[in-house]
Design a protein around this ligand. Sequence first.
Ligand SMILES: NC(=O)c1ccc[n+]([C@@H]2O[C@H](COP(=O)([O-])OP(=O)(O)OC[C@H]3O[C@@H](n4cnc5c(N)ncnc54)[C@H](O)[C@@H]3O)[C@@H](O)[C@H]2O)c1
Length: 291
Amino acid sequence: MSELNGRRVLVTGAAGRIGLVTVEHLNELGAKVTALSNVEHPDLKADRVLIGDTRSETDVARALQGVEYVVHLAALPHPSAGSPYDVYTTNVVSTFNVLAQAGALGIDRAVIASSINATGVPFNPHEIRPAYFPWDEKAPSDVADWYSLSKQNDENTARMAWRRWGIDVVSFRFPHVNSAEALQRMSDHMRENPGIGLREAWTYLDTRDAAYAVELALTAPLSGAHTFFVAAGTTNAPYATEDLLDRFAPDVPRARRFVDREVPIDLTAIRTVLGFQARHELDLPTLPLEP
Ligand SMILES: NC(=O)c1ccc[n+]([C@@H]2O[C@H](COP(=O)([O-])OP(=O)(O)OC[C@H]3O[C@@H](n4cnc5c(N)ncnc54)[C@H](O)[C@@H]3O)[C@@H](O)[C@H]2O)c1
């Protein structure tokens, strides 16, 4: 039986792509889910469903009643999901509001959605690439857009909340997260145009694995504020990783060789601390990368 059985978990952004699957997964584990969403959704089934805004102190206070764990997913998830002002302020105010209130209430553990974009690389308007491969959480960031800045800021808010109130916070640097069908379609694009995957190191994650990672982050024995890259162990392109890097990033330092379609990011931290290994990976061939 899961440790989460019978425990109350707040999920914000519960009607979103990751939120819906996460709520369903937590329901299956026997958790009592309080779902906070600013929109209604016919598939959102939870013990308590609240319509409210994560920027609002009163809405979040109401949602946190009786809560033991927090999963904060609500955000505007793209630089063009609103004006620069709306994207930045929605994301950072929501994360601050949720973590500050949860911390002050003495809640022990929270998980928040950061993003691979906290590195600043994917949406950067300049010609930059990851600093080295395997890319890891210690690589320097180069942030030049407001969405990435909001995620970098959210990771800082998590560290502040832990220092201030001792609330453990896991920040996940999600890559592109989607259903198996949508990921399969994406890999078709990667087959045609593999260079577009470089800035995200050809990473992906099935939505069900995002929900599984959340489960582990809520239950693993840890303390402190942790930031993890999380991804499937393979790439979303049907080519050998070494061939992709030789072609698209020949001048980026490589600390080791990659085997077949192994993803060129370092997943040691999440494997070691959470025991996470993706359970839903794309089944792709390894094709020769034609000139
Ligand atoms: N899906 C991805 O590929 C991906 C990748 C990296 C990071 N993320 C992050 O993961 C989280 C979830 O992403 P998603 O793909 O499920 O996005 P989504 O847009 O499908 O879901 C986010 C939900 O948050 C809600 N929301 C937005 N502003 C709100 C507010 N002020 N108050 C209450 N609810 C609000 C939205 O209505 C939406 O239902 C986000 O923080 C996102 O930045 C997602």
